[in-house]
Design a protein around this ligand. Structure first.
Ligand code: PSU
Ligand code: MN
Length: 309
């Protein structure tokens, strides 16, 4: 484990769990600051942590609080972060700026992976990762999430429900292949599109039978000397998947709006997520909550198997 310096603040419960080599699951906070509306985001954060605890693992929600990279935010800190007016979106290149400026921010998948790895956490649960964007401009714009770079470089198991089809999912999967990131389908070989169990025939590169199987893939991957992460994709739970056509309609509207308003850079994903929440009038939110809880439960089980030597 990397020794913690002053830039980090490690919660005592998380520290003890890591020292005792117990299961810990990292959680991101961009979903709180830039992904979901308030106050649903706060309630959800609490429920996710409870789910992980009830599986016998320790949750470690990660964010930047007044210039400190905090691993294991408590409920008060999560509330403060969710309501902090200038909370930033923190990916890999943003940490140093926030540390120096004493800023506050929600960590993206990439940011959370990196902070989790610094303290020795191996498993991370989220909803959807960033990836290769569909074009939001008539001009060519090359918008690829740092999440993919992080998956290529940081040895962590990332449990998610694929990615929202606001992205070009086929290009995202191709790039994951190029970057040599194993994409492990949880009890399926279909790559999920967040709201839907399938994504027009896109496939994972291996199927895991259960949490123990996932842990074995990770141990083998790292035991062989590879340094990349593993992406574990869990389909949204039954009864929670939305109609593909309906979601597609909303996404096309949202992308069109992003183009008209010339939304660029870091603002693209939060803009699209926000419009999707509005256009689906809460339906997408319901599905979002259900899969986040489901992914957290499975991540906790995987984390427990990672502790078995
Ligand atoms: N996709 C979602 N919900 C999210 C995100 C993506 O369905 O909340 C967030 C995650 O934190 C992810 C980030 O890491 O957006 C990706 O942003 P970008 O595309 O700017 O890298
Ligand atoms: Mn981007």
């Amino acid at each position: 484990m990397v020794p913690i310096n002053n830039y980090f603040s490690l919660d005592e419960r998380v520290k003890i769990a890591l020292e005792k080599k117990q299961a810990v699951v990292a959680l991101e906070t961009t979903v709180i600051t830039h992904g979901l509306p308030y106050p649903e985001n706060i309630d959800l954060a609490r429920e996710i942590e409870n789910t992980i605890s009830s599986e016998g693992a320790t949750p470690a929600t990660i964010g930047v609080i007044q210039g400190k990279v905090r691993v294991g935010l408590n409920q008060i800190e999560i509330q403060e972060l969710a309501t902090y007016p200038q909370a930033e979106k923190v990916s890999l290149r943003d940490f140093s700026k926030l540390v120096v400026r004493q800023g506050w921010g929600g960590t993206t998948v990439a940011g959370t992976m990196w902070a989790a790895h610094q303290v020795g956490i191996q498993v991370f649960s989220t909803g959807g990762i960033g990836g290769v964007h569909r074009s939001t401009s008539k001009h060519f714009i090359f918008d690829v999430s740092t999440d993919l770079l992080a998956l290529a470089q940081i040895p962590l198991i990332v449990v998610c429900s694929g990615a929202k089809s606001i992205l070009n999912l086929e290009a995202t999967l191709e790039l994951l292949e190029t970057l040599a990131v194993p994409v492990v389908g949880y009890q399926t070989d279909s790559f999920p599109a967040f709201y839907t169990k399938e994504s027009g025939g896109l496939k994972t590169n291996v199927t895991a039978a259960n949490a123990e199987d996932v842990a074995q893939f990770a141990k083998a991957h790292w035991g062989l000397g590879f340094k990349s992460g593993l992406l574990v994709t869990v389909p949204p739970p039954d009864g929670q998947s939305l109609q593909y056509d309906e979601v597609e309609k909303y996404i096309e509207i949202a992308i069109q709006e992003a183009e008209t308003k010339q939304i660029r850079g870091q603002a693209v994903t939060p803009f699209l997520l926000d419009r999707l929440n509005d256009l689906s009038q809460g339906k997408s939110l319901q599905a979002n909550l259900a899969l986040l809880l489901n992914n957290a439960r499975i991540a906790a089980q995987i984390a427990k198997y990672m502790c078995v030597v």
